[in-house]
Design a protein around this ligand. Structure first.
Ligand SMILES: Nc1ncnc2c1ncn2[C@@H]1O[C@H](COP(=O)(O)OP(=O)(O)OP(=O)(O)O)[C@@H](O)[C@H]1O
Ligand SMILES: [Mg+2]
Length: 296
């Protein structure tokens, strides 16, 4: 099982779009059974993957990711498996040749409250946050291990602001994919993110060697984007040297295309990868292929 985290402390750079594209691409073209886990209180990945009635039902029944972690802290017996939903209807990838699929653990707005409650509880009990984090990591790793016969790939979507759940996911990761828009402000976000997780020791040893920059919202015709890509390569080389990590650039960029923006609200009757990504399907396929190569 390969654990992938889509992350960047800059907002709106395409983390969710990339995470969903990776999941659907790996399921459709590589027959992978993929589990998506949404850690963002904005719950964008959940919204993209699940119809509203299913989301609402899961939220009401406390079947959201924060309740899993809360349960883990309270040492209850529910495991990650109990929080997995099998989205139906609009998520169906159509009649694909391979038997891959995408299942998901949803998020909800209250993730932000649960995160804060956990931090407060630690303080009240005089417990170090790092020890709670270590407990959650142990539990998550054991639960993922137990699911390794059912899923080949797990993809976490994360919020721009760090929360304890994201920290735990980064520590459990085999790969961290960082969508970066080739613009200066976005490169600041990615360098800050890397500096922060590195100095706080929040990256697993595997992830340190498997940091993948995905150029996102790329405009081929923009000279400024080309120039910034050169800078990004320079930053990556410097981070590799300074931090002993290994960054590489994904072979295919995600171009800036209306079809990617529309894909997040796509609700087709019998959707396939091609109908969902429409005019951007060739690009989406190339990205999915590059991701498959990067993790193999
Ligand atoms: N390649 C693209 N081309 C055009 N629009 C895009 C592309 N990628 C993402 N978008 C749009 O940009 C917006 C932000 O994308 P997305 O939600 O994936 O970013 P994010 O990094 O997950 O944001 P957040 O930090 O809020 O979680 C969305 O409206 C999305 O549809
Ligand atoms: Mg997002």
């Amino acid at each position: 099982m390969k654990v992938i985290v889509s992350a960047n402390s800059k907002g709106g750079v395409g983390k969710t779009t990339a995470a969903v594209l990776m999941a659907e691409g790996l399921a459709t073209f590589n027959g992978q059974r993929v589990l998506c886990i949404d850690l963002d209180p904005q719950a964008n990945m959940t919204t993209v993957l699940m119809a509203e009635d299913l989301r609402e039902k899961l939220r009401k029944n406390n079947h959201t990711i924060d309740q899993y972690f809360l349960g883990a802290i309270n040492a209850n017996h529910a495991t990650l498996k109990d929080f997995i939903a099998r989205p139906t209807g609009h998520l169906s990838l159509g009649k694909v040749r391979n038997p891959g699929h995408v299942h998901a653990v949803p998020s909800a707005t209250r993730v932000i409250d649960t995160d804060r409650a956990i931090v407060r509880r630690c303080a009240d009990l005089g417990r170090e946050l790092s020890s709670v984090r270590a407990d959650l990591l142990k539990r998550l790793k054991a639960d993922l291990e137990a699911l390794s016969g059912q899923y080949e790939v797990v993809i976490f979507d994360t919020p721009p602001a760090m929360n304890i759940f994201t920290e735990v996911a980064l520590l459990a990761a085999d790969y961290v994919f960082l969508p970066v828009v080739p613009e200066d402000l976005s490169t600041i976000g990615f360098r800050e993110f890397v500096g922060r997780v590195h100095s706080n020791n929040l990256l697993s040893p595997a992830a340190k060697q498997n940091l993948v920059i995905m150029l996102s919202k790329y405009q081929k015709k923009w000279l400024s984007h080309g120039k910034t890509i050169d800078k990004i390569n320079g930053y990556a080389a410097a981070l590799n040297k300074d931090f002993g990590v290994r960054f590489r650039l994904l072979d295919s960029e995600i171009t800036h295309h209306e079809a990617f923006a529309q894909a997040s609200e796509f609700r087709g009757k019998s959707p396939t990868f091609d109908t969902k990504y429409g005019k951007a399907k060739a690009n989406a396929k190339a990205v999915a292929k590059a991701v498959w190569t990067a993790i193999n």
